[in-house]
Design a protein around this ligand. Sequence first.
Ligand SMILES: [Zn+2]
Ligand SMILES: [Zn+2]
Length: 468
Amino acid sequence: MPLNATLTFYGAAGQVTGSCYLLNWNNQKVLLDCGMVQGGDQVTDLGKFRFAFRPKDIDAVVLSHAHIDHSGLLTLLVAHGFRGKIFCTDGTAGLLPVLLKDACYLYLKDLEWQNRQRARQGKSEQDPVMSLKDVESVIRSLQPQPYLQHVDVLPGLELQFLDAGHILGSAIVELWIKGQQGMRHLVFSGDLGNPATVLMHDPSTVRNADLVLMESTYGDRDHQPLTNTLEEFAAALDAADQAGGNVFIPAFALGRSQEILYYLGLLYHQGRLKQKMVVLDSPMAIEITRIYNKLINELDHKDTKIFAKYGAHDLQSFLPILHLTEKVEQSMALNRITQGAIIIAGSGMCNGGRITHHLKHNLWKNANHIIFVGFQAKGTLGRRLVDGETRVKIMGQPIVAKAAIHTIGGFSAHAGQSQLVAWASAIGGQPQFYLVHGEPNAQLALQEKLQQQGISVEIAEMGQQINL
Ligand SMILES: [Zn+2]
Ligand SMILES: [Zn+2]
């Protein structure tokens, strides 16, 4: 008999970002994720954003992980009246304050800049839609939970987090929904990690379910073996050493930066790293690395046990030539170093942050090497460089790109197609699957593969409501 319950897809349906699903039963409402759609102008997007439900009617939120495309609208949810609890893992609770404060701060800075432009055009100012106070209330509402522990979210709704192996604290969400007509077991995959990624466990296996919401980011392809990627990375560093300049790595503060630090540590201890210093030049990446260090026991012991072999105990001590440059003056002083340094700075796509300053000072010198280790979206400076443009503008100034550009495409924090199929096939109970968090091509390809395994699977549509 169907339960008197519905699930509505309010985001990440037919696209990757904006993860948000509403579970409604017994007059109770729970939100699964509350993510931001990324890629547009945040001031405009947030200014006109309206939730498809009343935030004050939501009783609780369950969060899969800290990435902004899953958590970024929590601040706005609170600003619009949400007062319930937010359930997440310990790792997510550690990361969320850093990410939400940064997102809110960038929004307020952009708003201020746009308001100055508007004033000059005689237009009225736009009021902020959220503030750092709202971020504080999000943080106060967090209910951190360890993995593998059953907790009651609301009467009749039980929750358990399993490790999704994607970033620190990432979870697969298991929910047991009880009604008068019976019980339903709902599984939300969150973002499933790439088993090859260092520091992260393999995504947990789920024993059984009645209904599965599953991500499909790489539903249409497999990643190349990680060993090839690492050799490419080491070769790029060698080439840079021979050229006699510096190496610049634009990297995302959460996940990729820590992964790169780990690999640099390995190369250092293998005696393969020729550069004399590594600089983590990003206050946010430094803060996040400290959180990774603090929660080191949550990381994959297979990878972290090597620390002790070299008298180290965390990511920082594993790389003795690592320098952390928190202050702006320290970052600016790096301009005086002309060779032998590896500088890791954000943003990952070079559309802002300290990396743009470094590129302005260094991109025009042919002894320098830039190594891209992450996805570059269309329209970003990173993408233009990866596509081979030799004349770019940085902060309004025309610059010739003479530095060598390397694109290492094999790092990924998401499971590839075969890994997704294996994860789904292992779930017992013949659940109905709904694909979320993917572009249409990836979803169609994954749907076909899953159907070949005898799995019943639909592609979730925006605004679609299903009965449980
Ligand atoms: Zn994610
Ligand atoms: Zn995601």
